[in-house]
Design a protein around this ligand. Structure first.
Ligand code: ZN
Length: 119
């Protein structure tokens, strides 16, 4: 059923995920009506009543914010490690002193910073 038909018919929310996401995209439903405070799609009152893991576990707002902060911190460290690794790889390709550059690469991989390439 096209969303325009539903509007013309005085559309009421259905339990169908695609219908709800379509209605959300068209501004017929509010984001807060279909998502919990963690940003998980849970469906509106008509269903489908998806469960958010954070809500189900009773994670507090403070714990959730701390989790987001830690995740952002980890992502920053991964990004920094990847950027440094790309720099080292460019050096390996262009250097006239391969041994020294390989030593730099090995030292980086052994370092705390380098470990973030794999975390
Ligand atoms: Zn939630």
């Amino acid at each position: 059923m096209a969303i325009d038909d539903m509007v013309d018919d005085g559309w009421e929310p259905t339990s169908d995920y695609d219908d709800q996401m379509d209605a959300l995209a068209r501004g017929l439903l509010e984001y807060d009506d279909t998502h919990c405070r963690h940003g998980t799609f849970v469906g509106n009152w008509a269903g489908p009543d998806y469960m958010c893991g954070y809500c189900e576990m009773g994670v507090t707002d403070e714990e959730f914010e701390e989790g987001k902060r830690l995740e952002a911190e980890r992502n920053e460290k991964r990004k920094a490690a990847r950027q440094r690794w790309e720099e080292i790889n460019r050096e390996v390709e262009t250097t006239t002193d391969k041994d020294a550059t390989w030593a730099t690469a090995v030292a980086f991989l052994d370092s705390e910073e380098g470990q973030w390439l794999y975390r």
